[in-house]
Design a binder for this molecule. Structure first.
Ligand SMILES: Cc1cc2nc3c(=O)[nH]c(=O)nc-3n(C[C@H](O)[C@H](O)[C@H](O)COP(=O)(O)OP(=O)(O)OC[C@H]3O[C@@H](n4cnc5c(N)ncnc54)[C@H](O)[C@@H]3O)c2cc1C
Length: 308
């Protein structure tokens, strides 16, 4: 076998891709993983993870991902720190092209390219990501027990995050730039009934303020121009996610929000191409779920290789 030909190629290096690499390599098939210039995925952006099983004490995102990477390498997966920039799924074996123009072929492909939380793009927001500013209430809500937090957004995910955060926070401000929410009516009714929730309409986030960590936000009334400060050390940006699927557009079925459409067994619309993790998961977006679907995808790929 030429060194550019593999039986399984995995695209993406978060928990889904690395778990898939561990299972595929352990299945003793030639496995390569293309993980981008800085492999490790979204967990590299966070300091402490408290909900990944097996770690009684919080584990640093970087440590968890370094462990997964070393494990995949030890088991024989070949790791390339390069992006895949084009795929050809029309002919089998499939062809994948890297950023440097190299071509690789694979009999089965597992896509685990993840999804990025959408950010507003304010410099002060980016400064405090992982230090008070979060794109994931499920991940970080627990750190704000008894404190005040704000959620920025007005759709279903913002409403769900605000409701979820009432479990921990003393008070939840939901800040929305328009005069009505986009969230579905059922969620809106729950928000209105939530004693700890205050909805602030017609306001935008101007600045996250703080020292080493975020301490609060300055928000602006879009009708009057007046500003006010909320002393919320937790700032949850809930304006949606963007799955990393641009290179698969027209090659695989994507849903209306650009997530890869995959069945319960991680099969996509092309036989031999599987998807795992946040890139096919509009609902959960958790590391353990990504790892679980990565395992499934590798097992399905191994079965596909046996049968084809
Ligand atoms: C700040 C933050 C805190 C979080 N905290 C927690 C937590 O406490 N607990 C928890 O369970 N979850 C947490 N999450 C969510 C968790 O990180 C994700 O659910 C998980 O990382 C998804 O894994 P994934 O493998 O699907 O994709 P990702 O982690 O997104 O990894 C995908 C990787 O693929 C690479 N890639 C993309 N396109 C290409 C390409 N074309 N070629 C090569 N590589 C490519 C990307 O660069 C990225 O490295 C957090 C997320 C964030 C942002």
């Amino acid at each position: 076998m030429n060194e550019n030909n593999y039986r399984v190629i995995i695209i993406g290096s978060g928990p889904a891709g690395l778990t898939a690499a561990i299972y595929a390599a352990r299945g003793l098939v030639g496995t390569a993983l293309f993980g981008g210039a800085a492999p490790g995925g979204q967990l590299l952006q966070t300091t402490e993870i408290e909900n990944f099983p097996g770690f009684p004490e919080p584990v640093a995102g970087a440590d968890l991902m370094t462990g997964m990477l070393s494990q995949a390498k030890r088991l024989g997966a070949r790791i390339y720190n390069e992006d895949i920039t084009a795929v050809d799924f029309a002919r089998h074996p499939f062809t994948l092209t890297t950023a440097s123009g190299q071509q690789y072929s694979a009999e089965a492909v597992i896509i685990a390219t993840g999804a990025r939380a959408r950010w507003l793009g304010l410099p002060s927001e980016q400064k405090y990501v992982g230090r008070g500013v979060s794109g994931c209430a499920t991940c970080d809500g627990f750190f704000y027990r008894g404190r005040e937090v704000c959620v920025i957004g007005g759709g279903d995910s913002a409403a769900e995050d605000a409701l979820f955060l009432t479990r921990f926070a003393a008070k939840v401000y939901l800040v929305h730039r328009r005069d009505k929410l986009r969230a579905n009516p059922r969620l809106q009714a729950k928000l209105r009934a939530g004693a700890k929730i205050e909805i602030i309409y017609n306001h935008t986030l101007e600045e996250v303020q703080g020292e080493a960590k975020a301490a609060g936000v300055k928000i602006k009334n879009v009708l009057t121009g007046e500003t006010r400060v909320l002393a919320t050390p937790g700032v949850f940006i809930a304006i949606g996610h963007e799955p990393a699927t641009e290179i698969f557009r027209g090659k695989l079925n994507l849903d209306d929000s650009s997530y890869i459409v995959a069945d319960d067994h991680t099969h996509t619309s092309v036989a031999g191409v599987f998807a795992a993790g946040d890139v096919m998961d509009p609902d959960y977006k958790q590391a353990i779920v990504a790892a679980g679907t990565g395992c499934k995808a590798a097992m399905e790929a191994l079965e596909y290789l046996e049968e084809n």
